[in-house]
Design a binder for this molecule. Structure first.
Ligand SMILES: Nc1ncnc2c1ncn2[C@@H]1O[C@H](COP(=O)(O)OP(=O)(O)OP(=O)(O)O)[C@@H](O)[C@H]1O
Ligand SMILES: [Mg+2]
Length: 193
């Protein structure tokens, strides 16, 4: 089972989402969970180097070739963090996906970048949007949910904006974040072939 976390847009929550989905998978008993970090920035890999999680094995694979090879070798659950703005690597990875998770934001979204991401995903591959760092109860969030409904793209989760989730590599994972991402993982796993 391959879950690719991707968006051509930068800074939307890909690495945060990849880490939390991996940790949620460990809590569900997946062992090992392979987190492939295909971003040369290696944010996920650095985060887990500081705060290792038992049963998450990190593979740094910062190129199309290394990432696709790593993914093809995994037999079990793989979660892939991807670099922003790299159509080639995104396309190569989503073509191997069982499910694609697309982190996005509620306010000021460049829908064209998300649309371009969606266009790279083969029609047979399940995909869902996760709204990251959401301000609950705002018009922005309501408008974003309405937009995705109109686009007929399922929203697999809404992750609240929290300092504890934002703190990233400086801190351990938050319980609230884990619970919110577990619901996303459940949706992604449902598509298992
Ligand atoms: N739920 C949240 N609440 C608050 N801040 C968040 C949340 N999720 C992510 N962030 C913050 O948003 C910023 C971008 O997140 P992240 O690094 O995961 O995005 P990214 O898509 O991987 O970025 P890049 O394109 O640079 O790889 C980070 O500072 C992160 O801590
Ligand atoms: Mg990142």
């Amino acid at each position: 089972m391959n879950i690719i976390v991707t968006s051509l847009k930068g800074g939307v929550g890909k690495s945060t989402t990849s880490i939390y989905l991996s940790a949620a998978a460990v809590e569900r008993g997946y062992d090992p969970v392979i987190l492939i970090d295909a971003d040369p920035q290696a944010s996920s890999a650095e985060w887990l180097e500081l705060w290792p999680i038992d049963d998450i094995e990190v593979i740094e694979a910062p190129s199309e070739r290394t990432a696709t090879r790593a993914l093809q070798r995994v037999d079990g659950l793989a979660i892939v963090d991807t670099p922003p703005g790299n159509e080639r690597i995104t396309q190569a990875l989503v073509s191997l996906a069982d499910a694609v998770v697309i982190p996005t934001r509620a306010g000021g979204v460049e829908y064209s970048r998300v649309a371009a991401t969606l266009e790279l995903i083969p029609p047979s591959v399940a995909r869902g949007v996760v709204i990251c760092a959401a301000r609950l109860g705002t018009n922005d969030l309501d408008a974003a949910l309405e937009w995705w409904k109109d686009q007929k793209v399922p929203v697999w989760g809404v992750i609240p904006e929290r300092v504890s989730i934002a703190s990233g590599p400086e801190a351990r994972l938050s319980r609230e974040g884990l619970n919110a991402y577990d619901a996303v993982l459940a949706k992604a796993l449902r598509v298992r072939r």
